[in-house]
Design a protein around this ligand. Structure first.
Ligand code: ATP
Ligand code: MG
Length: 358
């Protein structure tokens, strides 16, 4: 019987995005070889800040439609110092998430084998969270503008947009995620004391929907107090749901508390499965280390794990995660998590580990 082929659109983007996408592609091919039941066919899309500078756009006309035919999208990172960050984000990443209805961003965090938290009291197993970030509206709705001047001073607004349906769908996803995990615990984060419209709507919908999940231990936090709780009481948290901006900030903090931003994965999901979902490490293009061969590929590999699980190869995803943690556990690590290995050395070690795992 011939192998099943999964078609993956790869968008390496900029900086270390290119390096870690190459590494993830190698590891995914090694996984397929070691499992033997399926293959990956990668198509690379060169949509980057370099091509933006040459052509004036990131995504060519018809580009999004082309992606719709793939089983999943693997994304590296976008952004380079010669393009303002808000242009690159709105030129590539946000249109992809929005056009492909990827309304949930899932960001798991835990302390991996062989790595440690900067919090000395926090041991492996103490910090094990999933942050569910609303991925389609809120503070990233893109509305507003520099409208007029007031007493000679420029006035600009960024309008956050929250819709009942947008909040309900991410809230249901968060409760389902919490229910599927051993602790069955959900913390919802807002700033509803100061932001008295959209955040209050989040509160109201949370209290409505929690009635459907009596088995989930649910509570609410204000985002400022939440940063303190993440640092001082990490074991009191499990699944976390937050708005687009709050989820972005809290997941960078979560990644740092688990060891490094270089190890953290993310999944941009269309839970209806009408469109392909997109998988990417949470870090950016890191121009300061680009081209040096020292980027940590673990966040990229873990994102690949999430992708493999999402397309339906659960056992294979567990195998890949095991290979990654066996390698970090042996001390084959990049400098950001206390090792001295290069991106390539970690990649080769994970590929070799996949071959050996029974
Ligand atoms: P973005 O706006 O896309 O989130 P950012 O401005 O938050 O990007 P990053 O590129 O994510 O910045 O990284 C911040 C810093 O963290 C980098 O400059 C780099 O030093 C470090 N870093 C990020 N990713 C990695 C990685 N994979 N391996 C090692 N160090 C990393
Ligand atoms: Mg960032």
């Amino acid at each position: 019987m011939s192998n099943k082929t999964y078609n993956i659109a790869a968008i390496p983007g900029d900086g270390i995005g290119i390096e870690i996408t190459e590494a993830a592609t190698k590891v995914l091919n090694a996984l397929a070889l070691s499992v033997g039941r399926f293959d990956f066919a990668f198509t690379s899309f060169d949509w980057s800040s370099k091509t933006y500078n040459e052509r004036g756009y990131y995504i060519p006309p018809g580009g999004i439609d082309k992606l719709k035919g793939y089983d999943a999208i693997y994304f590296g990172a976008v952004g380079w110092p010669d393009v303002p960050d808000h242009i690159s984000l709105w030129g590539l990443m946000l249109p992809l998430r929005n056009s492909l209805c990827q309304y949930v961003n899932v960001r798991p965090t835990r302390i991996l084998n062989g790595t440690s938290s900067p919090l000395s009291a926090c041991k492996r197993g103490d910090l094990d969270w999933v942050i569910i970030r609303e991925n389609s509206e809120g503070e990233y709705a893109g509305h507003g503008g520099e409208t007029h001047t007031h007493f000679g001073s420029a006035v600009a607004t960024d309008v956050s947009i929250y819709t009942q349906s947008g909040i309900e769908r991410v809230m249901h996803f968060a409760f389902e995620t919490a229910r599927s995990r051993p602790k069955k615990k959900l913390t919802m984060v807002t700033k509803s004391n100061a932001q008295r419209h959209g955040m209050v709507l989040w509160d109201r919908i949370f209290h409505e929907i929690r009635k459907e999940y009596p088995d989930v231990d649910a509570d609410t936090m204000l985002v400022d107090a939440m940063t303190v709780r993440m640092v001082l009481q990490p074991t009191s948290l499990d699944t976390i749901v937050a708005t687009n901006l709050h989820g972005d900030i809290l997941s960078d903090l979560a990644a740092a508390l688990s060891g490094s931003i270089g190890t953290a994965p993310s999944s941009n999901l269309d839970p209806t499965r009408k469109n392909p979902s997109m998988f990417e490490p949470i870090h950016g293009s890191a121009p300061n280390i680009a081209g040096k061969g020292i980027a940590n590929p673990v966040g990229a590999f873990w994102s690949a794990v999430e992708m493999v699980a999402w397309i339906g190869e659960k056992d294979a995803s567990v195998r890949l995660m095991k290979a990654i943690e066996n390698v970090t556990g042996r001390g084959v690590k990049t400098a950001d998590i206390g090792g001295s290995a290069s991106t390539n050395e970690v990649t080769e070690a994970v590929c070799a580990e996949l071959e050996q795992l029974c």
